[in-house]
Write a protein that binds this ligand. Structure first.
Ligand code: FUB
Length: 438
């Protein structure tokens, strides 16, 4: 992969998953200069001679940024297995990274297998340094000494101490020197975490004097996101709850937690765009809430995700907030190329889908466009706010095997933020790719 840095602004809409043109996993989100920077792992499909079939295949890292959780800019590749002197060539194991700012520089930490056995077996952790959060990052010639493991995370404590936290069976913590490149103390196992079941992917943050350590843990068959708390970053910690339940579809999960413009968010991953292979994953975001006593409310994963969706953008109603009990389903537009996205399918009269938080703005919108196809023909109602809310358009979808963009006038314009409801009026079948207002 060349190191060419390209900027690419993704289509509007913060539905889950948030990046829909490539696989992304293990999200480390950070707020730098008022913007969110996302440093995920980058899963790629295995091809002959590139990676090991049935396993993770990861050759580089991209960084993404957003100021509204809705529009994501891909700044391109920042570090690749080909430009780090100590990484074993063709190991395709650039696993979960993190990035942190200190004194005018951005430090990007990443695990990879070293080519020189003197650095140890398995994984080492290296650093790449940049003047800007989106690079260019210059990798150090050698990995950090005395660190063997994966999934680095950095905690900048309020007292100026800096900690490197990582996974190697247990979760380890060690002080970092102010140069951010060397350990300033011995690694110690964080005490108080579960003895049994794999733990990895640590991420620590502080809120109101409580240190929260969130980590994936295999309590049963696949990873769930748990958290433990302490008054001291080096512990001991107390396991306090589950942030997100395990799912049978995706063996791994990993997360980071940030506060942005007053709201807390959980970044995590799932295999949304690769339902049959869980090592091609995609980053999601959902809101996270604390109880008054500082405990974290369990996050129920949503398709809708977070942020506002512009009414004038393509609204992917298959990422719904709510739907009727019967008569709707979701499928890939093209199962051979899942990055094309999904469609919503309506199959009985009155079936509906609700997509929350659409911003209609203040400039009068006059029409709605729907990209649809129907083997029976059908009438679609567009409503606002709730399933029995006001109908603002009726759109006749003609019988056709071809996808078409069909337009209908709006009977009324309501400015501001609304939930959007799309409802089938009659029996039959209508497939909808997106809805957009003009
Ligand atoms: O993405 C590769 C590995 O899978 C990560 O480093 C682990 O935390 C797990 O998500």
């Amino acid at each position: 992969m060349c190191m060419l840095c390209f900027l690419f602004v993704r289509d509007a809409g913060a539905q889950n998953p948030i990046i829909r043109d490539q696989f992304t996993a293990d999200p480390s989100a950070r707020v730098f200069n008022g913007e969110i920077y996302l440093y995920p792992s980058h899963d790629i499909p295995v091809t002959p001679g590139h990676g090991r079939a049935g396993w993770f295949c990861m050759e580089d890292y991209h960084v993404f940024s957003s100021s509204d959780l809705t529009h994501w800019t891909d700044h391109g590749v920042i570090v690749s297995q080909d430009n780090v002197p100590w990484v074993k060539p063709n190991s395709y194991s650039m696993w979960a990274p993190d990035c942190i700012y200190r004194n005018g520089k951005y430090y990007f930490y990443f695990p990879a297998p070293p080519k020189d056995p003197s650095y140890g077996r398995g994984f080492a952790i290296g650093v790449a340094v940049s003047d800007k959060p989106d690079g260019p990052f210059i990798p150090q010639a050698e990995p950090i000494k005395n660190v063997h493991g994966i999934d680095p995370d950095i905690l900048m404590d309020k007292d100026g101490r800096i900690y490197l936290i990582w996974a190697a069976g247990n979760i380890y913590i060690a002080k970092l020197k102010k140069n951010m490149l060397e350990l300033g103390g011995s690694p110690e196992v964080i005490q108080g975490l579960p003895d049994k079941g794999l733990k990895e992917g640590p991420y620590m943050f502080e809120r109101k004097g409580i240190y929260y350590l969130v980590y994936p843990h295999v309590q049963d068959k696949t990873e769930r996101l748990e958290y433990a708390i302490s008054r001291n970053p080096v512990g001991p910690f107390k396991v306090t709850g589950v942030i997100m339940d395990a799912t049978p579809d995706c063996w791994t999960n990993q997360c980071s937690v940030i506060q942005y413009k007053g709201q807390w968010y959980l970044f995590y991953h799932h295999n949304d765009l690769s339902p049959h292979f869980d090592k091609n994953r995609s980053v999601r975001i959902d809101s996270l809430f604390f109880n008054p006593d500082g405990t974290i409310k369990k996050v129920i994963p949503t398709l809708r995700g977070v942020g506002l969706t512009a009414a004038t953008g393509k609204i992917q109603i298959d990422r719904y907030s709510l739907k009727s009990d019967e008569g709707t389903s979701v499928a890939f537009l093209d199962t051979a190329y899942t990055f094309k996205g999904r469609k919503a399918i309506f199959s009985v009269a009155n079936a509906w889908i609700q997509y929350n938080s659409v911003e209609f703005g203040s400039d009068k919108l006059r029409a709605v466009n729907i990209r649809a196809r129907s083997k029976t023909g059908g009438m679609i109602q567009v409503r606002l706010d709730k399933p029995d809310g006001p109908v603002i358009a009726r759109v006749k979808i003609p019988k056709s095997n071809e996808w078409r963009i069909i337009s209908a006038p709006l009977s009324g314009f309501r400015p501001g933020k609304h939930n959007l409801i799309v409802q089938m009026e009659n029996d039959g079948e209508v497939e909808i790719d997106w809805v957009r207002f003009k």
